[in-house]
Design a protein around this ligand. Structure first.
Ligand code: FAD
Length: 415
């Protein structure tokens, strides 16, 4: 151990969204304190940079804490109370006060008006500079221990000098494959097993082959083994299915699907707003009024022509079959193909690594009034390293801002 490692008031481990927000808010509330951000990479805020396709979906225009908390497959109960303290309104105001205006898109996602994540990065770097927060790139924390006086001793990979800090905030994002896991277990923390969330489904099926790029405005999807369904737009990709409905299903079923090694069956209702009876009526009318018309030429909106042709062909309806020739068996097959289309999934794909980890620091080992560990006083957790994750739409960043605000406030008030 070096003789005199520098003593900080707060060492934030991880220069990502929640790490910067914690450090800046703490520095704002407790001016003059020594704060350092230690980042394993050469660059900060890398996920912010690539987030939202380079636009950074900062938060979601959902201002009722209860509604908001429903967008989190894990952590909704704890976040409900937390959102009463810091929710999207506060995020919007904070960014506005710091020179960044956010705008809402029709689906509720909120982005900087510049449509560039660089705006958020520039804001954070400017605030860090303003508050004299020391930034330490290429500092990968490998060891953490608590000394008798309650402060922490931190060792980093390679030749980076050790540091001592009165308080430590772990803001490392996903703990998957992290060398810190062992260290945190050593400090008495428990970890909820880590599995991916928010992924696309790999499906090889003739019903969708060559349809990559075809989208559909609203489906209802559910895993065959589950009664819970999710809805939203769907996209057919080169590898199978993606889009909000699929990502939502992957998030809510993350644990069950990981247990199946991401090999499972799921069911699509292509026309969730149409009951089977209504479809039977449409089929009967087509037979009566358009008996000579080819079935494959009469898609039911909003199903696109290409998708309709494939569903029709896979229902056993020949290319030259007219409505007048459709048998009862074919009608039933068509109805099944529209309302109950079963697909086998043979793995997952992450969109440009755009996934979130389900699992992490066990929530009940954290006091959500302060984000302080219940087992190691002085140790705080913010962001994705906790067993909290949301669906897409800005909810994951909102959880990062909220947990960071609570941690910063508690640490500042304890001074
Ligand atoms: C491609 C992509 C796009 C996304 N888009 C959105 C979006 O638009 N909206 C949204 O809400 N969510 C989005 N997410 C999710 C969101 O990015 C995360 O939920 C959020 O970044 C979590 O913030 P965090 O600070 O907890 O972790 P991170 O942002 O992951 O930051 C953690 C930092 O800690 C560093 N670190 C890790 N281990 C150590 C160590 N041992 N020592 C030192 N440093 C360490 C990492 O290098 C990293 O810089 C996206 C995720 C991805 C991958």
């Amino acid at each position: 151990m070096p003789a005199d490692p520098p003593l900080l008031d707060l060492a934030v481990i991880g220069g990502g969204a929640s790490g910067f927000f914690t450090a800046i808010q703490y520095a704002e509330m407790a001016p003059g304190k020594q704060v350092g951000i230690f980042e394993k990479g050469s660059h900060y805020l890398q996920k912010v940079r690539i987030s939202g396709g380079g636009r950074c979906n900062v938060t979601h225009a959902c201002f009722d804490p209860r509604d908001l908390s429903r967008h989190y497959p894990r952590g909704s109960r704890e976040l409900l109370a937390a959102f009463h303290r810091w929710q999207p309104t506060d995020t919007i105001e904070w960014f506005q006060r710091h020179g960044v205006t956010l705008k809402a898109e029709p689906d509720g996602r909120m982005f900087p008006i510049t449509d560039s994540s660089e705006t958020i990065i520039a804001c954070f770097l400017e605030q860090a500079r303003k508050h004299h927060i020391s930034l330490h790139p290429k500092h990968s924390l490998t060891e953490i221990s608590q000394l008798e006086d309650g402060s922490f001793f931190l060792n980093f990979d390679g030749s980076a000098p050790s540091v001592r800090s009165r308080r430590v905030c772990i803001a490392t994002g996903s703990l998957k494959e992290s060398p810190l896991l062992k260290q945190l277990l050593g400090l008495g923390q428990s970890i909820e097993p880590l599995v991916p969330s928010l992924f696309a489904f790999n499906v090889s099926d003739r019903r969708i082959s060559d349809l990559a790029g075809v989208s559909h405005p609203r489906v209802v999807v559910r895993c065959e083994a589950s009664k819970e369904s999710q809805s939203g737009p769907l996209l057919i990709t080169h590898r199978g299915f993606s889009g909000p409905a699929i990502l939502r299903l992957s998030a809510w079923e993350a644990r069950a699907l990981a247990a199946e090694n991401h090999h499972f069956a799921f069911v699509i209702d292509w026309l969730p707003d149409m009951k089977p009876d209504a479809l039977h009526t449409i089929f009967a009318e087509n037979r009566r009024l358009h008996g000579a018309k080819l079935v494959r030429n009469s898609p039911i909106p909003p199903i696109s022509k290409r998708l309709w042709e494939r569903i029709v062909a896979c229902s056993g309806i020949a290319e030259d079959m007219t409505w007048g020739q459709v048998s009862k068996t074919c009608t039933q097959a068509l109805l099944d193909g529209l309302k109950n289309a079963r697909f086998e999934v043979t793995g997952k794909t992450t969109n440009k690594d755009e996934f979130v980890t389900c699992g992490g620091i066990v929530r009940k080992t954290i006091d959500f009034r302060s984000m302080e560990s219940r087992v190691t006083p002085g140790l705080y957790f913010t962001g994705e390293c906790i067993d909290i994750d949301g669906i897409t739409g800005g909810f994951n960043f909102q959880a990062a801002w909220t947990t960071a605000h609570i941690a910063a406030t508690a640490m500042a008030q304890a001074e």
